[in-house]
Write a protein that binds this ligand. Sequence first.
Ligand code: SDX
Length: 437
Amino acid sequence: MMTPSDVKATLSFSDGSAAMDLPIYKGTIGPDVIDIRKLYAQTGKFTYDPGFLSTASCNSTITYIDGDKGELLYRGYPIEQLAENCDFLETCHLLLYGDLPNVAQKADFVSRVTNHTMVNEQMQFFLRGFRRDAHPMAVMTGLVGALSAFYHDSTDINNPQHREIAAIRLIAKMPTLVAMAYKYSAGQPYMYPKNKLSYTANFMHMMFATPCEDYEPNDVLVRALDRIFILHADHEQNASTSTVRLCGSSGTNPFAAIAAGVACLWGPAHGGANEACLNMLGEIQQMGGVEKIGEFIRQVKDKNSGVKLMGFGHRVYKNYDPRAKLMRETCHEVLGALGLENDPLFKLAMALEKIALEDEYFVARKLYPNVDFYSGIVQRAIGIPVSLFTAIFALARTVGWIAQLNEMIGDPEYKIGRPRQLFAGSARRDVTPLAAR
Ligand code: SDX
């Protein structure tokens, strides 16, 4: 809901240029927006906001974040309540259609997703082109984009039926593709989906089962991984979601737009942080563990070192990321269930968090653990290799990307995204012929 505020913003110029009134709009909760859509036409000037620190790119009803309170709501429901009372497919239904499913709606949605878990047999031949040690995110970027070659019946993003079936196919097939990427790297045969299993148990089966023996997913680990999927499902207009929106705004097919999101998520400042965080903890462990935390923190504070405390800090959260709290609880549960309470990396992470939260450098910059700080420890305990962490993030975030893409495409007013620039290069000049250069 976007309602005009009775407060106006007036833009005036000290050089006597004509002032301009800018309308302000209010949302349901959160900051108001100043509507600058007519600014360039009326003033010949652009706004300037690289990194989009003060820019709302869209009007959305899906996810709300209050960075100061450390609050995260999916369609109004607090993440803590969803993590406690729902499973990932209920959360997918919520993000896609706007509300939690009742029993019948859940059964129908689960059935539709379950019936699309297999991928075309040709997909396996894409993997053969990669080296076995290719990073799983390189493989996933290729596989997700390649899906568009198989579904010519659902690539018209402006067709609501195509959007619906593409959403179901992507949610259903991401676990299969991630598991295939893992099996390929391990040199093991792919495991087909077992549709009698739940979504997340099916993923664990495709990841860890082999043709040689029966495999029973551990219920505690399945529940923990399902919760990890819920915590990563959507997060407002983050870098990869903004990439999906911008890519989809050209009218490209949903598979290509989601592949763009996978590529963006890979970066260590974004979804790649969970892998980077676990590698960081391993390095501190190598240095000598808890006793060496002080030395590591000194490196982080030294701007010239280029060392960051991975899994800490956030563009929006200037308080504790609510997902990090839930992830830490999941850590306790999983490590307890596996008899790994004394896992040295978990103890190191908690010691590092305690020291950082008491250190003026981090306090002054409002740097708190984010979703990536503990997620790697849980995934490692579940048996997921570090290099696959970001692919797991992409699996979970696919529903958020699709929900955001479909919201944009479903808005009759949407246009192709086309930002402008401040040009600081050479003004017009003539070419000097080669002989005279
Ligand atoms: C995700 O946007 C989302 O919603 C993303 C995400 C999602 O669900 O989609 O939440 C997922 O990407 C979580 C973030 C994962 N990234 C990391 O953990 C990487 C480490 N974090 C940083 O790179 C950083 O905190 C960012 C990228 C997350 C945020 O960067 P900003 O908002 O641009 O902040 P900044 O870089 O301007 O930092 C402000 C200050 C700077 O110091 P000064 O120049 O003021 O002296 O804080 C410092 C930074 O140097 N700083 C850090 C730090 N993060 C910021 N210093 C040490 N370690 C860090 N992690």
